[in-house]
Design a protein around this ligand. Structure first.
Ligand code: ARG
Length: 457
């Protein structure tokens, strides 16, 4: 299609390094949609004869049917999806196919196709995350009162509820959804009509093609339009952030499923066995979600490095924009679906969680707070007294709430019987009623609020 000034064809390696069809064939729907919008506009504006526009449009439909039925063939000689689609069109309708590329370049064409593709990717990720959020809300609701240890430094810190812990991830994935939507809003302008880089002298209607493709309007600067891949980088940034959250949740499942923790039993559907150790139930899916996050982050770095030194406008380096985006999309989709399945089907072992919360002196802060509240003791002093109570319980090999009153009074005689009301893990979580705290009443409010947001969508 560009051979007019060349006497010889490309070398085999040139052909191979140049071709993007092996991967950009994934954009065939977007490419044909872009061409339909373009040709309708060309016909309407009288830039090409109306009969040709109609023949091209019908021909493009047949190309789509062919790709749908038989897949997109990979022919390196045709370089990319844009050339392949046009050559298929020419096979179908003859020389009038050559009018389609009027007032257009592959540079604005690929920028348009890719925006359409990333827009769909964003919508798919957003919908998948909504399903994950719903799964988390369901399990959080079930476990709004279930006590587990909360950790800092992976050391037992204070009791929390499992519902509260799961709701922390609802917050994260809700922010991820919001970031994806922000990226979508900025992405949604149409570069088509920027032509190669400078615009065109044909009387095109960029507003019409933008509207036909569901964009909010045309992009404003033709040079920027064909050079900009911010939209893809922003998508990858959001995808990477989301994958970091998925990886943290996956890591918690890995830890919780280990025998020393035993907080969760993954369902058979989300476990794998070992070929040598018959007792094993491995959390492979969770481990792969954790691993995939590294590859998704790598795809972001890959595209940033492609773009960082490019002069305006289009350079062929930019063809390398698609593989990292496609890979991130595939890995993210799998990761979200896998975590959703694991969350939905996991069996939480509540007795183990409760025992771990009770074993770690997790109500020590409650004792210190009680001394402040009831004894008027400064917090630093209360902290010291409580530390001695913990040491005494540890010496006796018992929990804080099993220390008898004599032992407590020996440490500080301002302590009285009422202290036992705050030393149980249930009393501890019930007392954390500050906004955003782990008290079951607050957790239920948080679930209701998140559900209300989901219902409004
Ligand atoms: N296959 C190319 C890409 O993905 C299409 C644009 C080619 N433009 C050009 N001037 N060679 O970037």
């Amino acid at each position: 299609m560009w051979g007019g000034r060349f006497a010889e064809g490309p070398s085999a390696v040139m052909r191979e390094i140049n071709a993007s069809i092996p991967f950009d064939k994934r954009m065939w729907r977007q490419d044909l949609a872009g061409s339909q919008a373009h040709v309708a506009m060309l016909g309407k504006q009288g830039i090409i004869p109306l009969e040709d526009a109609q023949a091209i449009s019908a021909g493009l439909h047949r190309v789509a049917e062919g790709f749908e039925a038989d897949g997109v063939p990979v022919d390196l000689a045709l370089e990319d999806i844009h050339m392949l689609a046009e050559s298929r069109l020419a096979d179908g309708i003859g020389p009038s196919a050559g009018r389609l590329h009027t007032a257009r370049s592959r540079n604005d064409q690929v920028a348009t196709d890719f925006r359409l593709w990333v827009r769909d990717a964003i919508d798919q990720a957003d919908a998948a995350l909504a399903a994950l959020v719903d799964a988390l809300l369901g399990r959080a609701d079930e476990h709004a009162d279930s006590v587990m240890p909360g950790f800092t430094h992976l050391q037992v810190a204070q009791p929390v509820t499992l519902g509260h812990h799961l709701m922390a991830y609802v917050e994260m994935f809700t922010r991820d959804r919001s970031r994806l939507r922000d990226a979508r809003a900025r992405l949604n302008l149409c570069p088509l009509g920027s032509a190669a880089l400078a615009g065109t002298g044909f009387p095109i209607d960029r507003g019409a093609t933008a509207a036909a493709l569901g964009f909010d309007g045309p992009t404003r600067n033709s040079l920027d339009s064909v050079s900009d891949r911010d939209f893809a980088i922003e998508y990858l940034t959001s995808a990477t952030q989301c994958s970091l959250h998925l990886s943290r949740l996956a890591e918690e499942f890995v830890i919780w499923a280990s025998q020393p923790f035993g907080f969760v039993a993954l369902s058979d559907q989300w476990s794998t066995g070992s070929s040598i150790m018959p007792q094993k139930r491995n959390p492979d899916a969770a481990e792969l979600v954790r691993g995939h996050s590294g590859r998704i982050a790598g795809s972001l770095v890959s595209l940033m490095m492609t773009m960082k030194g490019l002069p305006l406008a289009y350079s062929k380096d930019m063809q390398d924009d698609k593989p990292p985006v496609f890979e991130a999309h595939d890995l993210l989709g799998l990761s979200i679906a896998a975590m959703t399945g694991m969350v939905e089907s996991a069996t939480f072992r509540l007795e183990r969680m409760r025992a771990a919360a009770e074993a770690g002196f997790s109500t020590a802060t409650d004792l210190a707070d009680w001394l402040v509240r009831e004894g008027g003791i400064p917090f630093r002093e209360a902290h010291h007294i409580t530390g001695r109570a913990v040491a005494e319980a540890e010496r006796q090999g018992i929990r804080l709430d099993q220390l008898d009153i004599g032992a407590l009074k020996a440490i500080d005689d301002r302590i009285d019987d009422r202290v036992y009301d705050v030393l149980s893990v249930d009393a501890s979580v019930a007392s954390r009623t500050s906004f955003g705290g782990t008290a079951p009443v607050r957790v239920r409010e948080a679930i209701a609020a998140a559900r209300a947001v989901r219902e409004e969508e």
